[in-house]
Design a protein around this ligand. Structure first.
Ligand code: HDE
Length: 705
């Protein structure tokens, strides 16, 4: 197959409209002479009903909003491409996974609970949807940033979402799970224990959308050209590593810049720092379906990488921002039911429910069955069938036959089989059983993998989780709910429950609440069922701790804290070293506009201590200069460095600025780098920035901010 470039996406480019140098027209192309005044009798009115130009404008305006997504309403999108790098023909016939094939794609990241205008830094799972425009049709991999889900069966989906969304009587709170109805539901559904730990971990407050992992969550199937199936789990691994902010930071970012993640993604792409992810797969032979201590069809379970290693099969690069948010990001219609030849569903009962829901929701949200024809949703290989009419049909189907079989249209479009082609083939599978509404006993172990997750985290990550649970449960008003959840957490790990209990002033019960058991018995009448012994009790792949040989400062935002009189030389030495590593240097001063250097030069500054918070940056440098004494008197500067220190970020001080530390709570450590400590101080600063955060610093925290 011909190698394709990302720019090769004519289905979108063909529809881009450019108003530049054009005369304004109505929607029918009639030139508009005056776009300021309605048609009136005399210049003081009244207005006339015959003002078709005004009606044309207002009628459109009145219909500008469409329903936001029920979940994942808040999202940010980007275009890019996927390059397949491994020979996967043994497992799948998917054309876009043939080694060397380049496929254009569109990605949408999202939060789940908040409305369309909610803050990016909400504690939440992130949606990670990818639409591959393959030569065999669109393939949507609609995943999340957390590898498991709250529930096991699609029947409970509206319930979990109703529970997490703002409460129905007062519509409070926005984009937050810290409220009674959410924890009421979670504490009655022990199957949600595993995911609730992930959502209370730092994974739920990412530093950047460019630094999250993506997971297909369900087990899917690959089908090869001989029809043989292999179970597969999908993983996206970010090249920049997986990183999060501190909860205190997240809360403040929401105030300074509630578009923080959207802006970060946009700016990185505009700056040419294209985010990349490797696509990995875990492959499980069909005959091994039942060989694990857990059920691979259960979406509340991971397959530890120690059991089935991840094989990297390609790389995704995001290199183009949308031209128009609404037309592209908002109208993008993702659907896990959109699969291409070589990819098939497993019987995971959550996945099976999704195959219905997404198409149904798009039909409603995008106003009818022709949403496939919107530029962002169009398959690049064309669509040819006999489906016709419906709201806003865009294609003009030629000829008089729109049925099959026909002779009038030469039998077209042909079924693939009539052309000797394979087309989409569902994998053959033996199915035999009674029709029942029931849940398999192999889905009844709710705590073993939650425990695995907790035990696999670093001490700091465990602490963050304890604090997150304490924060959330403190916001729950009903004590019975707090107690019920603590009892679940006790089953996961007594140390976790005891630490949270201390913060709540409660002693956790050692056994599950009778109401939790009552509900669990509805799915598993013999609940609790003795779990199988797990193969792995600790996994090396679940902690986000940065290993020594990992880490990059590429695209990291480093604030240079300055004021008039700062030394240009001192700024430039550090700026050169950091930008060489790909970091973004941002000057923050006491005012925006022209900054006057000690040497007399001027530079434009767009950020000030008033407009930006320390939480918007990854590290801080205070250069030399005549402004040092002034900064010592500037409480906003002092808050910047104190807070940066509190949030465990790296700080550097040029020689004459070191005395500013005396005005702060900062104590020297491996990530507080001073010029006077030796010639390696700039490199030490870079190494500290590569670590992302020095979380250990939290253990001796003294900063009150
Ligand atoms: Fe979704 N989900 N979901 N979901 N989901 C939607 O589709 C649904 C689930 C996910 O960027 C909706 O277009 C059901 C798991 C993402 O546009 C809706 C069930 C995972 C997105 C819907 C699930 C996801 C959605 C709302 C349980 C991770 C955003 C608007 C059976 C693997 C897509 C829309 C985008 C969106 C239904 C569970 C991920 C209502 C019924 C598990 C990333 O159709």
């Amino acid at each position: 197959m011909k190698k394709r470039k990302n720019s090769d996406a004519p289905h979108i480019d063909r529809h881009v409209v450019d108003n530049m140098n054009k005369v304004m027209t109505t929607n029918d192309g009639v030139p508009v002479y005056d776009n300021n005044n309605t048609l009136k009798v005399g210049d003081r009115g009244p207005s006339l009903q015959q003002d078709h130009i005004f009606f044309d404008k207002l009628m459109h305006f009145d219909r500008e909003r469409i329903p936001e997504r029920v979940v994942h309403a808040r999202g940010s999108g980007a275009h890019g491409y996927f390059e397949a790098t491994a020979d996967m023909s043994e497992y799948t016939s998917a054309d876009f996974l043939k080694k060397g094939t380049v496929t254009p794609l569109f990605v949408r990241f999202s939060t789940v609970a908040g409305f369309k205008g909610s803050t990016d830094l909400a504690r939440d799972v992130r949606g990670f949807s990818v639409k591959f425009y393959t030569q065999e049709g669109n393939y949507d991999l609609v995943g999340n940033s957390i590898p498991v889900f709250f529930i096991q069966d699609a029947m409970n989906f509206p319930d979990v979402i109703h529970a997490v969304k703002p409460e129905p009587n007062n519509e409070i709170p926005q984009a937050a799970s810290a409220h009674d109805t959410f924890w009421d539901f979670i504490s009655l559904m022990p199957e949600s224990a595993h995911m609730s730990l992930w959502v209370m971990s730092d994974r739920a407050i990412p530093r950047s959308l460019r630094m999250i992992e993506g997971f297909g969550v369900h087990t899917f199937k690959f089908i090869n050209s001989a029809g043989k199936a292999t179970f597969v789990k999908f993983h996206w691994k970010p090249k920049l590593g997986v990183h999060s902010v501190a909860w205190n930071e997240a809360q403040k970012i929401s105030g300074f810049d509630s578009d923080f993640h959207r802006r970060d993604l946009w700016e990185a792409i505009e700056n040419g720092q294209f985010p990349q992810w490797d696509l990995g797969v875990q492959l499980i032979a069909e005959e091994d379906e039942m060989k694990f201590s857990f059920d691979i069809l259960d979406p509340t379970k991971i397959i530890p990488e120690e059991l089935v290693p991840i094989k990297i099969i390609g790389t995704m690069t995001l290199n183009r921002n949308p031209e128009n948010f609404f037309a592209e990001t908002e109208q993008a219609a993702f659907d896990p039911g959109r699969v291409v030849p070589g990819i098939d569903f497993s019987d995971d009962p959550l996945l099976q429910g999704r195959i219905f829901s997404y198409m149904d929701t798009q039909n409603y949200r995008l106003g009818g069955p022709n949403f496939h024809e919107l530029p962002i949703n169009r398959p690049i290989n064309g669509k040819y069938n006999n489906q016709k009419d419906g709201f806003a049909r865009m294609d003009i189907l030629k000829g008089n036959s729109s049925y099959f079989p026909n002779s009038q249209g030469n039998g077209c479009p042909f079924q693939a089989m009539m052309k000797g082609e394979v087309g989409y083939q569902t994998g053959k599978q033996q199915v035999d059983g009674q029709k029942v509404r029931a849940r398999s006993n192999s889905f009844a172990d709710h705590f073993t993998q939650a425990r695995l997750f907790f035990h696999s985290l670093s001490a700091e990550e465990q602490n963050h989780m304890i604090n997150a649970f304490s924060f959330e449960l403190s916001k729950v008003n009903k004590e019975e709910i707090r107690k019920r959840e603590l009892a679940i957490l006790y089953q996961v790990e007594p140390a976790l429950a005891n630490a949270i209990g201390k913060n709540l002033g409660l002693k956790p019960s050692k056994s599950l609440d009778p109401l939790t058991v009552k509900f669990a018995k509805q799915n598993h009448p013999n609940y609790p069922i003795q779990p199988n012994k797990p193969e792995v009790e600790k996994s090396a792949f679940l902690s986000m701790k940065v290993k020594d040989d990992e880490g990059t400062i590429a695209s990291r935002k480093i604030a240079f804290l300055v004021d008039d009189g700062v030394s240009k030389k001192s700024v430039d030495i550090m700026r050169k070293a950091l930008t060489k590593e790909g970091a973004m240097v941002v000057l923050v001063s006491s005012h925006v506009g022209s900054l006057k250097y000690k040497e007399g030069d001027m530079e434009e500054v767009q950020h000030s201590y008033l407009t930006d918070g320390s939480v918007c940056f990854d590290g801080f440098y205070t250069p030399d200069g005549d402004m040092v004494d002034k900064l010592a008197q500037n409480p906003d500067y002092l808050q910047f460095i104190n807070e940066g220190y509190r949030h465990c970020k790296a700080l550097a001080f040029a020689k004459s600025a070191e005395k500013l530390m005396d005005k702060s709570f900062i104590e020297k450590d491996s990530a507080v780098n001073c010029e006077s400590s030796g010639s390696n101080w700039i490199n030490d600063f870079i190494q500290a920035l590569k670590k992302h955060r020095i979380w250990e610093r939290e253990n001796s925290r003294k900063v009150p901010s």
